[in-house]
Design a protein around this ligand. Structure first.
Ligand SMILES: Cc1ncc(COP(=O)(O)O)c(C=O)c1O
Length: 477
């Protein structure tokens, strides 16, 4: 992919790369060059031309777009499918999911209760089949991961164990731009412990005039105030700005101050390479419906570091799936602890909801995060260059860090103005991108348009479509 990214910087090289299989669905994207639609503002040739984008997609071995279902685009835009940039909100459906779900329905019909042992993927140990792939995804040992519940529920289960306010060490540190669910979760934890949430929850703000948190500012805060902090709970990749925090540095700073450090990896899992075990993270949780493509409300994932999973003294909320499998049906009044993250399971897993996660995790294991990251850097770098060109004379600015190491796939674009009108413009622009151009991005309040080229299925041509559409919809000033 690196060579292909170079091609896009060098128009002459891009021109010689051939038309290849095109941008989407292997449907011969270059044929679109003659399609009856207005030529995009970037035109066909040159550094920012459509041909260069199509050439960059040619022969791509990492992109698995043909294995996904893409929504149709409005007929007027001249493309058969949407250019999908909302995979950071809800990933596309892998084609294989339908068969996987059908297989579970068939096994239920055929075996009924015996499916717990006789299904092709027996339901009793079903979650264990997902463990290795989930662990590889986040850089963990298999016994440190478990697929269960949903994200905010898992954060609460983790906090039930790891948020132990005592003495003056009561605070929970989150980022001011934390996703609302995390804010509500930590505030409710404070209340649960009889504490005042306004005093307990600290929201770290970027410096005035800046959008992203600086690692050194987080580290400074923890060095100064860490003795009052019980728990640091930050987003690995921020949902609004797309900033990828320095997880090992922040975790180390938290530990130096005696805090527990957990991570919400909703926007990081399947997006950026993670090494949770080596980074010494205490716990983490992530959802499976964004970059992991396991469907709306899909079953989430959870990581607990080995030093904790082997500690039977830790307080946990328990249910029958927390006890060891071998004696589960002896119905003892007291459970037998297991030295794995399974100990945080409570209920028996929802098999029909787990089947898409199994499909998805397999795809990530097959392709590997290293290859996906390499493609992602090229794809997002290309989109960034296009957007910078569009923003040059338009009221738009990229708020995501420019350093590729400090971001994942997502680029967040602010409609400049800081007014209600700018916020309304952001929503209107995103709506027109979809309705007129078949480019599906989203808006987060008040004025940010988010675009996430997803390395598993997005193409360079998608990026070109998005930038060309933006250039048409936002007038130069
Ligand atoms: C960063 C982050 N945290 C938490 C959530 C809430 O997830 P869930 O509804 O799966 O608990 C989301 C949802 O998009 C999110 O983006």
């Amino acid at each position: 992919m690196a060579a292909r990214a170079e091609d896009l910087r060098d128009p002459s090289a891009a021109g010689s790369a051939g038309s290849g299989r095109g941008g989407a669905e292997g449907s011969g994207g270059s044929a679109w060059l003659g399609a009856p639609r207005a030529p995009g503002v970037f035109g066909e040739d040159g550094e920012f031309g459509e041909r260069a984008a199509l050439a960059a997609d040619a022969g791509d071995a990492v992109c698995r777009r043909e294995e996904f279902l893409l929504p149709p685009a409005p007929a007027s835009c001249g493309y058969p499918e949407v250019a999908y940039f909302a995979g950071n909100s809800l990933g596309l459906q892998p084609r294989a999911v339908r068969a996987a779900l059908s297989a579970e329905l068939d096994d239920w019909a055929l075996h009924a209760v015996e499916g717990h042992h006789r299904a092709a993927h027996p339901w009793l140990p079903y979650h264990a089949e997902l463990r290795e792939d989930a662990a590889a995804l986040v850089g963990a040992a298999p016994e440190e991961t478990v697929v269960m519940n949903s994200l905010t529920v898992n954060l609460h289960l983790m906090m039930a164990t790891f948020y132990r306010p005592a003495g003056e060490r009561t605070r929970i540190v989150i980022e001011d731009h934390a996703f609302s669910s995390d804010s509500y979760a930590v505030r409710s934890q404070a209340v649960h412990h009889g504490l005042d949430p306004d005093e307990t929850v600290v929201r770290l703000r970027p410096r005035p005039g800046e959008d992203c948190l600086r690692t050194e500012d987080i580290v400074d805060y923890l060095a100064r105030e860490g003795h009052r902090v019980a728990l640091v709970l930050l987003g690995g990749v921020n949902y609004l700005t797309g900033e990828f925090l320095d997880i090992p540095a922040v975790t180390a700073a938290g530990h130096a101050a005696g805090c527990v450090v957990g991570w919400d990896l909703a926007h990081a899992a399947g997006n950026v390479p993670l090494a949770l075990h080596d980074w010494d993270v205490d716990f983490a949780a992530w959802c499976s419906y964004k970059y992991l493509n396991a469907g709306p409300g899909a079953v989430a994932g959870c990581f607990v570091h080995r030093r904790h999973v082997t500690d039977p003294e830790l307080p946990r909320l328990a249910g029958w799936w927390s006890t060891e499998q071998a004696t589960r049906f002896e119905m003892r009044p007291e459970l037998v602890p297991v030295p794995t993250a399974d100990a945080w399971q409570i209920s028996n897993p929802p098999i029909l909801a787990m089947a898409p996660v199994r499909v998805s995790l397999r795809m990530f294991a097959e392709t590997g995060m290293a290859a996906l990251r390499e493609r992602s850097l090229a794809l997002t770098g290309y989109l960034e260059r296009l957007l910078a060109e569009v923003a040059r004379d338009r009221p738009l600015e990229i708020v995501t860090p420019a350093d590729p190491a400090r971001r994942g796939a997502q680029l967040s674009l602010r409609v400049i103005g800081g007014t209600d009108a700018a916020a309304a413009d952001a929503a209107a622009v995103a709506a027109r991108l979809h309705e007129t151009h078949g480019v599906l991005a989203d808006v987060r309040r008040p004025d940010v348009i988010r675009l996430a080229p997803v390395p598993m299925y997005s193409t360079f041509h998608d990026c070109w479509r998005a930038a060309a559409a933006l250039a048409e919809e936002v007038n130069p000033v």
